[in-house]
Design a protein. Structure first.
Length: 129
C-alpha cells in the first residue's frame, strides 16, 4: 500500500509544481475575450492557449499560437479570467514580457505579439530574431 501512496504523492507534487510555474506573457482583455469566444464556438472547455517559439522563418524564430489540451513537464501556466496561457520551458525566456493582443480592423484581423526580446523581425512580420 505504501508504494501506491508514495507514487500518488509524487504525482501530486509534480502537478503542484506545474501549477506553481508561471510566465511573464501578458494577454490583453480583448485577446482573452477572443480566445474565450473561439473555445465556446468549439464547445471545448478543456483547451488552453499555447504560445511557443520555434526555429524557422526568414529571421530565425517564429511564434506559434494554438489550442492544446496537454500540460507538459516544465510548462509555465498563467490564468487570465478563465483563459489559461501555457508556455513551454524553452520558450519562456524568449517570451518574457511579451504581450498578446487581438486586432479586428478593416486592414488586419488576428492575434499579435509585441515582444520586447525581439531584436528585429522580417518584412512580413511572421518571424523575429
Amino acid at each position: 500500500m505504501s508504494t501506491t501512496t508514495n507514487e500518488n504523492s509524487a504525482d501530486t507534487a509534480v502537478q503542484a509544481d506545474q501549477e506553481l510555474a508561471s510566465h511573464e506573457v501578458q494577454l490583453t482583455d480583448v485577446a482573452a475575450g477572443k480566445v474565450r469566444s473561439l473555445l465556446e464556438q468549439e464547445g471545448r472547455t478543456d483547451l488552453r492557449l499555447r504560445v511557443a517559439v520555434q526555429p524557422g522563418g526568414c529571421s530565425g524564430l517564429i511564434y506559434q499560437l494554438y489550442f492544446d489540451e496537454r500540460l507538459l513537464e516544465g510548462d509555465a501556466v498563467r490564468d487570465y479570467d478563465g483563459v489559461e496561457v501555457v508556455v513551454d520551458k524553452m520558450s519562456v525566456p524568449y517570451l518574457s514580457g511579451a504581450s498578446i493582443d487581438f486586432e479586428d480592423t478593416i486592414s488586419k484581423q488576428g492575434f499579435t505579439i509585441d515582444n520586447p526580446n525581439a531584436g528585429g523581425s522580417c518584412a512580413c512580420g511572421d518571424s523575429f530574431h
